[in-house]
Design a protein around this ligand. Sequence first.
Ligand code: ATP
Length: 196
Amino acid sequence: MLKVGVTGGIGSGKTTICKIFESLGIPVYYADLEARRLIQEHPVLVEGYRKLFGEKAFEYGKLNRSHVAKMIFHDPELILKVNALVHPVVREDFFQWSRRQNAPYVIEEAAVLLEGGGNHLLDKIILVSAPENVRIARVVRRDGMSEEQVLKRMKYQWNDDKKRLFCNFEITADDNHLVVPQVLKIHFELLQIWDC
Ligand code: ATP
C-alpha cells in the first residue's frame, strides 16, 4: 500500500481535494483533526502541553484553547515547540491507522507536512496550490478571520515554491482550473505505481 501526503497552505483547498479522493474509495487521514483528538488523549501530548502551557492547558479534560492561543500570541515561537511535540505522535498514529486500511493507497492530509520533515516517510506527495490572495479571501470568507490573522498563520508555513521542491504532483486549485480531472489523473497514476 502506498502512503501519499496531501499538503498545501492554509485555504489552498486540501480538504476539498481529499473529499474527492475519498469519493474514489481512498481512505484519508486528516492530520490536523486527529492531532486535536490526540492532544487531549495521548499521554505524551497531555504531559507535553502541560509542560509548555502550564496546568491551565486543560480544563475538565479539554484543551483550554483560549489560554493556549493567548500564550502563543505572546510567544509565537511556541508554535515550533508544539509542532515538534505533536508531529511524531500524529505520524505514529497515522501509520497505525494505515495498517488497518485496505486500499491501493492511503492519504495523509496535513497543512504542515513538509515543514516537520514527515515527507521522508511517505511514498508520494501532492501539493494543492492556489495564489496567496485567493487563499486569504477564502479563509476570511470561511472562518471570518481578518486578513492579518491569515497572514500570521501563513508565516509558519513554507511558500508553494519551497514546497514544490519536495512534491511529486501538483493540483492547481485556484478559481480557473477544474480540480476533478486533476485528481482523477493523479489517482490513475498512483494506481499504476501501486500495480507495478
Ligand atoms: P485549511 O488549511 O485552512 O484547513 P484547506 O486547504 O483544507 O484549508 P479547504 O477547506 O478545502 O482548504 O478550502 C478552503 C475554502 O475554499 C473552502 O471554503 C472551500 O469551499 C473553498 N475552495 C476549496 N477549493 C476551491 C476551489 N478549487 N475553487 C473555489 N473554492 C474552493
